[in-house]
Design a protein around this ligand. Structure first.
Ligand SMILES: Cc1cc2nc3c(=O)[nH]c(=O)nc-3n(C[C@H](O)[C@H](O)[C@H](O)COP(=O)(O)OP(=O)(O)OC[C@H]3O[C@@H](n4cnc5c(N)ncnc54)[C@H](O)[C@@H]3O)c2cc1C
Length: 284
């Protein structure tokens, strides 16, 4: 199908984009890479009267060093994030997740901010940003505010971005020297995970001093595996110790059941993938 007719705006500054969004309100939709939005429009699941394309606003692109954090512009394509040396050095978990995200074509068009704003519970990026304690910077007619990752994902395909707001960048505290691994279980290559586990660990002398772990597709939003994190603090890097901690991976989760697997199968996957991800992140 072809989408319902819409007007197309291509502002060249953030201020113009915010003004257009305020003017058109519910009738408008932000267009980033279009990899999720355009299929939705073509299936006529949504029919905005106006599309506001952020693609010509240079300030929304790129990765920069900001002292204790790296900052990823919302319009930075996945392929750029995945090959950026700052991301690799200070937020290795993000780099690992991007490696597994869709195929090369989608990674070249889809954007970091677009994927996070879309908030698909099976998305590969929400978990890493949540685990790393990221912050989302949004700007609207009322000004700019920062939302911690723990408050950003509010439900299935829902975020804390207001109707008149644009996600401009994501700040990720540096985790320099931390080991990282993203374990993703798929039925078909280059697709969303049935379950994915993002794990990053700080190790010293054969011991895990601190672990940060998040799960994808184990509920309506990305989830932190807090019980595993607690169990891993001070644990030896052995299959036995990590396996025992990983048994808590599904604690408190309510995963969906669908044609790819039921809730119990997903809980099993969460435990297995957590063990694998933590061991790989720790270099075992
Ligand atoms: C075949 C296929 C396979 C895929 N596989 C995976 C996968 O394995 N893992 C994975 O994580 N993802 C996967 N994706 C999704 C991919 O990551 C998309 O790029 C992403 O979901 C959307 O990014 P986008 O830049 O294209 O956003 P768009 O499609 O342009 O926008 C998505 C939504 O976010 C809103 N939005 C976008 N940017 C902003 C902003 N800055 N501020 C406010 N709102 C905004 C839009 O209005 C829209 O509602 C796949 C997509 C396809 C088509």
């Amino acid at each position: 199908m072809i989408p319902v007719q819409f007007d197309y705006l291509a502002p060249t500054t953030l201020e113009e984009a915010v003004a257009a969004l305020s003017q058109h309100g519910d009738d408008a939709k932000i267009l980033a890479g279009g990899q999720s939005l355009l299929p939705v429009l073509r299936m006529r699941l949504n029919a905005p009267e106006v599309l506001i394309d952020l693609g010509r606003i240079p300030s929304l692109r790129g990765v920069r060093d900001d002292g204790d954090a790296i900052v990823i512009g919302a319009m930075t394509e996945h392929s750029v994030v995945g090959s950026d040396p700052l991301v690799a050095e200070h937020a290795g978990l993000v780099a690992k997740a991007v490696e597994h995200l869709a195929d090369a074509q989608i990674r070249h068009r889809g954007t970091f901010g677009g994927a996070l704003a879309h908030a698909d519970p099976a998305g590969d990026l929400g978990g890493p940003v949540l685990a790393l304690g990221g912050e989302f910077v949004v700007t609207g007619s009322g000004g700019t505010r920062t939302v911690p990752a723990s408050e950003f994902f509010t439900g299935l395909f829902e975020t804390a971005i207001g109707d008149d707001e644009i996600l401009t960048e994501v700040r990720i505290p540096k985790h320099t020297g931390w080991g990282a691994h993203h374990a993703k279980f798929v039925r078909i290559a280059h697709q969303w995970p049935i379950v994915a586990v993002a794990a990053t660990v700080r190790v010293s002398g054969g011991v895990i001093e601190e672990a940060k772990i998040a799960l994808a597709n184990m509920g309506s939003t990305p989830l932190r595996a807090s019980a595993v994190e607690s169990a891993l603090a001070g644990a030896a890097i052995t299959a036995e110790a990590v396996g025992a901690a990983a048994e808590h991976a599904a604690d408190g989760t309510s995963p969906p059941s669908d044609l790819n697997g039921d809730a119990e199968y997903r809980k099993h996957l969460a435990r297995v993938l957590t063990r694998r991800a933590v061991l790989a992140a720790a270099g075992a």
